[in-house]
Design a protein around this ligand. Structure first.
Ligand SMILES: C[S@@+](CC[C@H](N)C(=O)[O-])C[C@H]1O[C@@H](n2cnc3c(N)ncnc32)[C@H](O)[C@@H]1O
Length: 217
């Protein structure tokens, strides 16, 4: 990243630590950064360094931590029309980067579900730095926790797992969608057939689904 954008990132970091920055102001600042620098710009603002190794708490068959590219998160916020009225749930939230970034871009409240304790600790440190009172991280297996996220309205999955655990999470989301419509956003994650979900937008590896009306019986 060049010096001008590094200085700009430091300025935004200081602003976030002392002030509330509106989603419109954050989006405008991010739009000024060339695409090639955007991930580094966000990492500098968030104070994120090298990725830590995954630990033995990652259940077998689950995918290690890899941050979702900033441009994919921005597209998701736009295509899924995430707003401050939403509660965004990142299923497998890593260091909390996508949850925090979605909050800054949209004003939505956010919850991350993460199974690896060292990533949960990093997320909570990040939230302290950002004074992100509307973002929280819950530690545990999302295969068990998702059913508790009944107030979630937008659910995000950047390929955390597949197979039986994904099928269980999708059944839990279907149950949540019986009470209220939800959006499900997937990156690099082909879903098994879900008649209660309709795809409404896609862009590269990103797919956005909306739940259709489901009978409560
Ligand atoms: C590909 S990364 C995605 C990280 C994050 N969502 C993002 O957008 O940057 C997958 C994450 O899911 C987490 N994960 C995998 N299996 C999980 C499970 N069963 N419960 C909770 N988190 C899980 C991993 O520890 C990892 O942090």
């Amino acid at each position: 990243m060049d010096e001008a954008h590094r200085v700009d990132a430091e300025r935004m970091r200081a602003l976030l630590a002392t002030n509330r920055v509106s989603p419109a102001a954050f989006r405008a600042a991010q739009a000024e950064v060339p695409g090639a620098y955007r991930d580094a710009w966000v990492d500098l603002i968030f104070g994120l360094g090298e990725l830590a190794d995954d630990d033995c708490a990652l259940p077998s068959g689950c995918v290690p931590y890899l941050p979702c590219p900033v441009d994919t998160v921005s597209k998701m916020v736009t295509l899924a029309e995430v707003s401050e009225a939403d509660l965004f749930v990142d299923i497998g939230s890593g260091v909390g980067r996508t949850a925090a970034l979605t909050h800054l871009l949209s004003g939505a409240s956010a919850i991350g579900l993460e199974v690896q304790p060292h990533l949960v600790r990093s997320s909570r440190e990040l939230l302290k730095r950002l004074r992100g009172s509307r973002v929280a991280i819950v530690e545990g297996d999302a295969g068990r926790l998702t059913s508790l996220m009944t107030i979630g309205s937008v659910f995000f999955l950047y390929c955390p797992f597949s197979g039986a655990r994904l099928e269980k999470v999708l059944r839990d989301l279907e149950r949540i969608a019986r009470a209220r419509p939800i959006r499900v956003c997937c990156v690099d994650l082909p879903l098994p057939p879900c008649p209660w979900l309709s795809i409404v937008a896609s862009d590269g590896s990103l797919e956005i689904y909306r739940s259709s009306a489901i009978c409560r019986s």
